[in-house]
Design a protein around this ligand. Sequence first.
Ligand SMILES: *[C@@H]1O[C@H](CO)[C@@H](O)[C@H](O)[C@H]1NC(C)=O
Ligand SMILES: *[C@@H]1O[C@H](CO)[C@@H](O)[C@H](O)[C@H]1NC(C)=O
Ligand SMILES: *[C@@H]1O[C@H](CO)[C@@H](O)[C@H](O)[C@H]1NC(C)=O
Ligand SMILES: *[C@@H]1O[C@H](CO)[C@@H](O)[C@H](O)[C@H]1NC(C)=O
Ligand SMILES: *[C@@H]1O[C@H](CO)[C@@H](O)[C@H](O)[C@H]1NC(C)=O
Ligand SMILES: *[C@@H]1O[C@H](CO)[C@@H](O)[C@H](O)[C@H]1NC(C)=O
Ligand SMILES: *[C@@H]1O[C@H](CO)[C@@H](O)[C@H](O)[C@H]1NC(C)=O
Length: 920
Amino acid sequence: MLFFLCFSSLLSSSFASNAFQSTSTALDKAYIIQLAPETEFSGSLSRRDAHITTFHKRAASIEYDVRYEFKNPDVFLGVSIQATGNASDEELLPQLKAISGVESVSRVYSFGIPILPNISAPMDPMLSYSDPPQLKTAAGAGNLGSSLQMGGVDKLHARGIKGKGIKIGVVDTGVDYRHPALGGGFGPGHKIAGGASFITDDGNVANSTDPLTTCYGGGHGTHVAGILGMDSVPGGFDIVGVAPESTIYMYKALDCAGHSVGDTIISALSQAYEDKVDIVSMSIGAGTQSFSGAVDPLANITKKLTDAGIAVIVAMANDAAGTPYAPNLYSEQWPSTETTAIGVGAISNTEFPLVYSAEDSTGTTIQYASVYPLNVSDGVDVYLLDNGCDSNDWTTALSTIKDINNTIIAFGANLAGQGCKATSAGSWAESSITPVYIMAYNGPTTNPVNSSQEDPYLSAYDTPSQGFFGTTQFINVNSVYGVEFTSNYASSGGYGKYKLNFKSSNFTSAPQPSGGLMDYYSDFGPTWHDYTLKPQISAPGGHVLSTWPLGPLGGYAILSGTSMATPYISGCFALVKSQFPGATIEEVKNRLQVTAKPTPWVFDSSILAATPQQGAGLVNAYDAIFSTSVISPGQFTVTDISHTEYGTANITIENTSGSSKSYSLSHQGAGYMDYTLEYQEKNQRAIYGTAAFSQSSITIPAGQRSSIHVSVTPPSDIDPSKLPVFSGYINIVSDDKDLHIPYVGPPYSLFNTPYIKIQNSTSSAVFPRIWSYNQTVSTVDTGVLEFVAENGFGSSLPTLQWTREFRVDVLPANTTVQANNYGFDKDAEYEYRSSAFTPNSTVFGHESFGTLTVLLGYNWPSGNGIFRSDTIVTGSDGGKWAVGNGDYRWLVSALRWGGVSGVLGDYDTWLGPVVRFVSK
Ligand SMILES: *[C@@H]1O[C@H](CO)[C@@H](O)[C@H](O)[C@H]1NC(C)=O
Ligand SMILES: *[C@@H]1O[C@H](CO)[C@@H](O)[C@H](O)[C@H]1NC(C)=O
Ligand SMILES: *[C@@H]1O[C@H](CO)[C@@H](O)[C@H](O)[C@H]1NC(C)=O
Ligand SMILES: *[C@@H]1O[C@H](CO)[C@@H](O)[C@H](O)[C@H]1NC(C)=O
Ligand SMILES: *[C@@H]1O[C@H](CO)[C@@H](O)[C@H](O)[C@H]1NC(C)=O
Ligand SMILES: *[C@@H]1O[C@H](CO)[C@@H](O)[C@H](O)[C@H]1NC(C)=O
Ligand SMILES: *[C@@H]1O[C@H](CO)[C@@H](O)[C@H](O)[C@H]1NC(C)=O
């Protein structure tokens, strides 16, 4: 019995914020088409071509342009297209799916470099000084190697361990390989030994063998390549990359604005696979949308690369663009969320590498951050704006200033109450005069906002990328010097009276207040729903000096982000791999993780930063190689092992040294977090679990291994509906080294916790509930809700946890199904009015008329409101029909974590009161 359209809307009025909806948009009418790998085509390349040709023939009735062709069946066999005709997306998707040989059709989602204040889109992304290439340096006695020292990399370089023999593929904006520090050339025998380009500078499809990028907006890839492998060269700064003897393959897949789309990334990954790289380093993010394998082919491709022995190392992304601090748990971006990817968090460099001094007309020294010293004659004027983000202020300034070539225009950045970031300035486009020098002084802002605690972040120096303000030169003054500067400017009488002198051109480095701690923007894991620890590990990413496209602005830049930490970890991976060529990805990752150093929380050094913020902690590549204890796992999730066992793991310790070693095991808690704690509240707490060991000390003879059982008990009295996690480390201390295994997990059994929100209170709303628009909720008490369906009725059926299946089925009211929650008094009597129809399907082995909704996949905790004005259900055959008048009950079911679909006991269930449909 089939009926017409049914109106059913499932509103997600959830407490999960919209930040978790897609932040990625799809390219209009563009599709990635996966072709079935029929065996006869899997052999030669010409046969793969034939396979794609066959698709084009079969799709002849559709108008489209080909974007890319993917010919490696080991990675992805298929084609991506963009439709050009008038057909709509709704028409095209089924047409494409119906073509014989098409296995799946996916949309082409957008990707980008993780946005940070100092690397977001510059004023003119295409600005490029390709001719003649220029390189500049500066003299000084600063510590340019601090970031390498932080990770023990300098000690490996001293021993000649520099990543020789390892091939690292980088998916990024391309590279300026003319840079002498990057080898000055391209191709076999060069540092940048290979690669390809799949995108033009302005974002169109490309397919060339040359990944050269010279635009300043596309400098990201040049910076990343430098962190991996730059050399110290005459005429440049005396700094080197993490693995300077590795070979780099650059896959240009992002344009000068830092944008890309999914099929461009697939092209890059396929080529990296063909080139047999050891590592793929991706400083990219696609937003927080969940691309499960069923949605985007890239998820599967990440796994295929890992299965083939290629480590995929991905930035967690930076999510503090609009706020002074990364938002909260579960904010890491795809594809770092892939289980097989190694997600990387960012730690602040201990030193701001390049700081120069000026002296003002009152004789006070004002230090400023800049890649190069300001090359300006003595005694320049200073003009101070009220608000650097107000274009009127710039217009006034530029028409007032007499000698623009000898004037610095200054403004406050991050001043309390003003909200003007240094990089939001530059509102001088209206004026015909362009500033030559600008200076942002940082305000003494507290951070997070609304806090009286001293700011560990924003008082530090910061610089945008070279060329961010076009050819206008930018310098930055920290909040300490900012106070002196503004006060001296005012007491001297301001513009025309106050001057800055730039006599000294030697740099020093300045220690950073947050040095060695997690940086403010680094996104938090773990992965939602399954609580895999992300990031796996962290590395210096804040204020890193590295190479930049050549030009009059000098060929170096200081940038911050998980984008910078990612090549650092890729380089460390290469260093370890070069010493253990036979090691698997998991073995190298474990070495890096257990030898990393847990770091304190930036706002309270008595707490270790939560592992979903720092992962294993600060990498130490030296210890990863020279540790003579090999430990696994490198991380674990504390959660249900079975429906009755929670929080256990087995730790294997292998003593690879030449003599017997004693180990002692202990537990150390790290920050607790939950989804209701905002950054304003400084979102970590000293709430810890405990751990018990089968043996808390053990002696292992040379060359032997042993296994120890650990059982973690979570802190008690935590409300699971806040989606909390607790975290910590298992410390394994031997005579020579402290090793640590990070863990994270929900402080409760995911299987046994309530999934359906049950609330029966007189003071607030009752959940779950079903109501008619005409009746009051009081009918709940009678156990019979009498509805004229056409008048409309609604419901609120909130869930408390992630669930892979949420369903509402309509059962005869006299059903005998056993639920764990009931929305009525089971002993109350009522007169059963049977439906005129017979239930024609079953759910959990019980008679059912059909379903109101089934949500599969990863569902966020949600309000789950169903609103209807009919009695239509969907039968098990997919047909819709009206059940008409009679007595029914709704069975609401949410599949528990680790539960099996279709097994009643694996769901949290609620059987509702009688829903009695009557005629008007
Ligand atoms: C790039 O071009 C080559 C040669 O024409 C072709 O074989 C390959 O499939 C193309 N790659 C992509 C991703 O389109
Ligand atoms: C500046 O640095 C250069 C090179 O390191 C050194 O020779 C010179 O003495 C320094 N000048 C000052 C004023 O420190
Ligand atoms: C990814 O792999 C899974 C398991 O093999 C498969 O079910 C799914 O269809 C694949 N997704 C895509 C988009 O290819
Ligand atoms: C400022 O310097 C530039 C470049 O040297 C020069 O072209 C310009 O004429 C100068 N402007 C003034 C007002 O002196
Ligand atoms: C730990 O090892 C024991 C003994 O081999 C095994 O029974 C148990 O399942 C393991 N536990 C985990 C969490 O892997
Ligand atoms: C019940 O609601 C329907 C739809 O809003 C309306 O047409 C009808 O008049 C209402 N009946 C009563 C008794 O309020
Ligand atoms: C809800 O609570 C009220 C007051 O405690 C009680 O009378 C009523 O029976 C409860 N209803 C259900 C469905 O449990």
